[in-house]
Design a protein around this ligand. Structure first.
Ligand SMILES: [Zn+2]
Length: 182
Protein backbone atom coordinates (compact mmCIF):
# COMPACT_ATOMS: atom_id res chain seq x y z
CA UNK A 1 0.00 0.00 0.00
CA UNK A 2 0.96 3.58 -0.47
CA UNK A 3 0.04 5.97 2.31
CA UNK A 4 -0.05 9.63 1.41
CA UNK A 5 0.42 12.18 4.12
CA UNK A 6 -2.52 14.53 3.96
CA UNK A 7 -3.36 17.26 6.41
CA UNK A 8 -6.72 18.91 6.79
CA UNK A 9 -9.18 16.29 5.65
CA UNK A 10 -11.61 16.73 8.47
CA UNK A 11 -14.26 14.44 7.18
CA UNK A 12 -13.26 11.45 5.13
CA UNK A 13 -15.90 10.23 2.73
CA UNK A 14 -16.05 9.08 -0.86
CA UNK A 15 -16.16 12.63 -2.11
CA UNK A 16 -13.06 13.80 -0.26
CA UNK A 17 -11.20 10.61 -1.20
CA UNK A 18 -12.16 10.96 -4.88
CA UNK A 19 -11.14 14.58 -4.82
CA UNK A 20 -7.76 13.55 -3.47
CA UNK A 21 -7.34 10.82 -6.12
CA UNK A 22 -8.43 13.17 -8.88
CA UNK A 23 -5.34 15.31 -8.37
CA UNK A 24 -3.03 12.49 -7.38
CA UNK A 25 0.28 12.72 -9.26
CA UNK A 26 0.72 9.06 -10.25
CA UNK A 27 3.59 9.97 -12.53
CA UNK A 28 5.63 11.06 -9.50
CA UNK A 29 5.38 7.69 -7.77
CA UNK A 30 7.90 4.92 -7.83
CA UNK A 31 6.95 1.30 -7.22
CA UNK A 32 8.47 -0.92 -4.52
CA UNK A 33 10.34 -2.67 -7.36
CA UNK A 34 12.33 0.53 -7.78
CA UNK A 35 10.92 1.61 -11.12
CA UNK A 36 9.56 5.07 -11.63
CA UNK A 37 6.53 6.43 -13.47
CA UNK A 38 5.13 2.90 -13.86
CA UNK A 39 1.92 2.96 -11.77
CA UNK A 40 -1.49 3.33 -13.37
CA UNK A 41 -5.05 3.12 -12.09
CA UNK A 42 -6.05 -0.51 -11.83
CA UNK A 43 -9.18 -1.22 -9.77
CA UNK A 44 -11.17 -0.23 -6.72
CA UNK A 45 -12.02 -2.19 -3.60
CA UNK A 46 -14.42 -1.30 -0.82
CA UNK A 47 -13.47 -0.83 2.78
CA UNK A 48 -15.60 0.41 5.61
CA UNK A 49 -14.72 3.19 8.02
CA UNK A 50 -16.60 4.39 11.07
CA UNK A 51 -17.81 7.95 10.71
CA UNK A 52 -20.58 10.10 12.13
CA UNK A 53 -22.73 8.58 9.38
CA UNK A 54 -22.14 5.04 10.68
CA UNK A 55 -20.19 2.35 8.85
CA UNK A 56 -19.34 4.14 5.66
CA UNK A 57 -18.12 2.34 2.53
CA UNK A 58 -15.22 3.95 0.68
CA UNK A 59 -13.99 2.76 -2.69
CA UNK A 60 -10.22 2.70 -2.46
CA UNK A 61 -8.08 2.87 -5.58
CA UNK A 62 -5.46 0.28 -6.39
CA UNK A 63 -2.68 1.16 -8.79
CA UNK A 64 -0.74 -1.43 -10.76
CA UNK A 65 2.91 -1.43 -11.76
CA UNK A 66 3.35 -2.08 -15.47
CA UNK A 67 6.85 -3.47 -14.81
CA UNK A 68 6.42 -5.96 -11.92
CA UNK A 69 2.58 -6.21 -11.89
CA UNK A 70 2.40 -5.42 -8.15
CA UNK A 71 -0.72 -3.58 -7.03
CA UNK A 72 -0.77 -0.98 -4.28
CA UNK A 73 -3.77 0.52 -2.49
CA UNK A 74 -3.67 4.30 -2.28
CA UNK A 75 -4.50 5.29 1.29
CA UNK A 76 -4.41 8.67 2.90
CA UNK A 77 -2.83 9.13 6.28
CA UNK A 78 -6.02 9.49 8.29
CA UNK A 79 -6.92 5.92 7.37
CA UNK A 80 -5.21 3.41 9.65
CA UNK A 81 -4.51 0.33 7.52
CA UNK A 82 -6.64 -2.69 8.50
CA UNK A 83 -8.76 -0.62 10.89
CA UNK A 84 -12.26 0.79 10.43
CA UNK A 85 -11.54 3.52 12.94
CA UNK A 86 -9.92 6.66 11.60
CA UNK A 87 -6.56 7.92 12.80
CA UNK A 88 -8.05 10.98 14.50
CA UNK A 89 -10.29 8.75 16.62
CA UNK A 90 -7.39 6.46 17.53
CA UNK A 91 -5.46 9.54 18.66
CA UNK A 92 -8.41 10.90 20.69
CA UNK A 93 -8.84 7.57 22.49
CA UNK A 94 -5.15 7.12 23.27
CA UNK A 95 -4.70 10.74 24.29
CA UNK A 96 -7.61 10.38 26.75
CA UNK A 97 -6.13 7.11 28.04
CA UNK A 98 -2.65 8.61 28.53
CA UNK A 99 -4.04 11.71 30.25
CA UNK A 100 -6.46 9.71 32.38
CA UNK A 101 -9.32 11.82 31.13
CA UNK A 102 -12.86 10.78 30.36
CA UNK A 103 -13.95 8.87 27.27
CA UNK A 104 -17.38 10.43 27.55
CA UNK A 105 -17.00 12.79 24.59
CA UNK A 106 -15.73 9.96 22.43
CA UNK A 107 -18.57 7.66 23.46
CA UNK A 108 -21.04 10.43 22.65
CA UNK A 109 -20.02 9.90 19.05
CA UNK A 110 -22.33 6.97 18.55
CA UNK A 111 -20.08 5.23 16.05
CA UNK A 112 -17.44 4.44 18.71
CA UNK A 113 -18.37 2.04 21.51
CA UNK A 114 -16.65 0.80 24.65
CA UNK A 115 -15.35 -2.34 23.00
CA UNK A 116 -13.69 -0.21 20.28
CA UNK A 117 -11.99 1.86 22.98
CA UNK A 118 -10.79 -1.18 24.94
CA UNK A 119 -9.49 -2.83 21.77
CA UNK A 120 -7.57 0.27 20.66
CA UNK A 121 -6.00 0.76 24.10
CA UNK A 122 -4.94 -2.92 24.20
CA UNK A 123 -3.38 -2.64 20.75
CA UNK A 124 -1.67 0.60 21.73
CA UNK A 125 -0.16 -0.91 24.88
CA UNK A 126 0.99 -4.03 23.01
CA UNK A 127 2.42 -2.40 19.91
CA UNK A 128 3.07 1.33 20.27
CA UNK A 129 3.24 2.67 23.82
CA UNK A 130 6.84 1.65 24.46
CA UNK A 131 8.04 2.80 21.06
CA UNK A 132 6.32 6.17 21.44
CA UNK A 133 8.02 6.67 24.81
CA UNK A 134 11.43 5.62 23.51
CA UNK A 135 11.29 8.22 20.76
CA UNK A 136 9.53 10.91 22.82
CA UNK A 137 6.84 11.28 20.17
CA UNK A 138 4.06 13.79 20.67
CA UNK A 139 0.37 13.39 19.86
CA UNK A 140 0.34 16.31 17.47
CA UNK A 141 0.74 16.93 13.75
CA UNK A 142 4.20 15.35 13.84
CA UNK A 143 2.93 11.95 14.98
CA UNK A 144 2.21 10.37 11.58
CA UNK A 145 5.43 11.65 10.05
CA UNK A 146 7.45 10.37 12.99
CA UNK A 147 5.78 6.94 12.91
CA UNK A 148 6.74 6.56 9.27
CA UNK A 149 10.21 7.86 10.01
CA UNK A 150 10.92 5.52 12.93
CA UNK A 151 8.57 2.56 12.46
CA UNK A 152 7.93 2.59 8.69
CA UNK A 153 4.17 2.50 9.18
CA UNK A 154 1.26 4.68 10.20
CA UNK A 155 0.46 5.26 13.86
CA UNK A 156 -1.55 2.28 15.18
CA UNK A 157 -0.95 0.27 12.04
CA UNK A 158 -0.58 -3.17 13.60
CA UNK A 159 0.09 -5.33 10.58
CA UNK A 160 2.87 -3.95 8.45
CA UNK A 161 2.62 -4.85 4.81
CA UNK A 162 5.87 -5.90 3.21
CA UNK A 163 5.55 -3.18 0.62
CA UNK A 164 4.49 -0.24 2.69
CA UNK A 165 5.39 2.91 0.87
CA UNK A 166 4.96 6.38 2.18
CA UNK A 167 4.71 9.55 0.19
CA UNK A 168 6.51 12.15 2.17
CA UNK A 169 5.32 15.73 1.93
CA UNK A 170 8.82 16.84 1.05
CA UNK A 171 8.44 14.88 -2.16
CA UNK A 172 4.98 16.21 -2.83
CA UNK A 173 4.88 19.59 -1.12
CA UNK A 174 1.51 20.59 -2.51
CA UNK A 175 -0.16 17.68 -0.74
CA UNK A 176 0.54 19.48 2.49
CA UNK A 177 -2.00 22.08 1.56
CA UNK A 178 -4.58 19.70 0.28
CA UNK A 179 -7.95 20.25 1.79
CA UNK A 180 -10.95 18.05 1.18
CA UNK A 181 -14.07 19.71 -0.10
CA UNK A 182 -17.32 18.42 1.30
ZN1 LIG B 1 6.85 -2.50 -9.72
Amino acid sequence: MITCYVKNINSLNQKTYNNFIKYFPFHELSCSCGNFNCLTRHAYYTRYIKTVNGNTPISILRVKCNVCNATHAILISNIVPYSQILLDDHVRIIYAYENKSSFEDILNDAYIDESNIKYIIRQYISHFKQKILEHNLLFDQSLVLNCFKYFKCNFMQIKTAFKNLFIHPHNLPYLLNYSGVD
